[in-house]
Design a binder for this molecule. Sequence first.
Ligand code: UT7
Length: 333
Amino acid sequence: MTHKINAAITGVAGYVPDYVLTNEELEKLVETNDEWITTRTGIKERRILKGEGLGTSYMGAKAVTDLLKKTNTKPEEVDLLICATVTPDYFFPSCANLICKSVGIRETASFDLAAACSGFLNALGTGTAFIESGRYKKVVIVGADKMSAIVDYADRTTCILFGDGAGAVMLEPTEDGTGVQDFILKSDGEGCESLMQKGGGSAFPPTHETIDQKLHYIRQEGQSVFKFAVTRMADISAEIMERNHLTGDDIAYLVPHQANKRIIDATANRMNIGEDKVMLNIHRYGNTTAATIPLCLWDYENQLKKGDNLILAAFGGGFTWASAYVKWAYNPK
Ligand code: UT7
């Protein structure tokens, strides 16, 4: 039986920096403790990118270099590269442009996409549409963030949460029925004030005052974000399962955004799946924003089999939230 053209994930790669920032080290910076962080979030440690002048594109380029190698792709074969990030090296040129330059992808479409923690799923949906249209044959989707660049290490409510990292997937057309089956992307700007980096953009360009007021740092009303995240991520996962007639038994893995273990547990409960079917790396990397989902796929790649049904789900600043139903396209190599 032939199927319509789907966008299949044909490879995955990731990069996390070497430096490990542990809960114990954070105890020396702010009034916190390992027990609080572990029970409230599930995080034990996160990776931090050190090095003068190294930005998000450095990590993205590492992941894409590995991806091209793993998928046996020459840089000139790539038709489009999309980078989901809220911490680009510069406002412009885009992080995607810089990654292309680093890995030798020239004269190719590339752009950034900003949807905070739902960025990777929004980029996956966008890349999928380009593949399904028949316009492009090889699309690289990157999720990368250097959150340490916008974290205030004197604010215990945020500095314990975030880490740095990058993940990337290759999308290619397939007619064998695998690949991205469906996705749902949602946003509501009413949530803007609850989770944002207020300064440094065009509304509040950087001045001595904006720096003094710490407006260039991420600010989050944890509890109100939590309430939305816990319902919206579960709702959008249930919605995509229902409209594709899937039950918990049909799902091989939930691939959730890694913001808080309690939000992940609530989503898995709603989907009626056990812990063994939930991809988890929050304890090792914390919340890497756009990178969490591709980093999970990278960590679990060897456990995935062709035909496995995955539900990917995220919630983040904006607010934005999203889910995708993916039928995995290959066996471990
Ligand atoms: O990825 C983007 C989307 N973001 C999310 O999904 C994050 C959603 N929010 C959360 O995950 C949680 O709200 C947090 C992990 C950020 C916070 O957990 P919480 O259970 O909501 O804690 P809370 O903000 O209600 O704070 C409880 C207490 C407070 O003390 P009092 O007022 O009860 O005395 C805080 O001051 O814990 C205190 N607290 C801390 N204590 C030790 C806050 N941060 C810390 C800390 N260490 N790091």
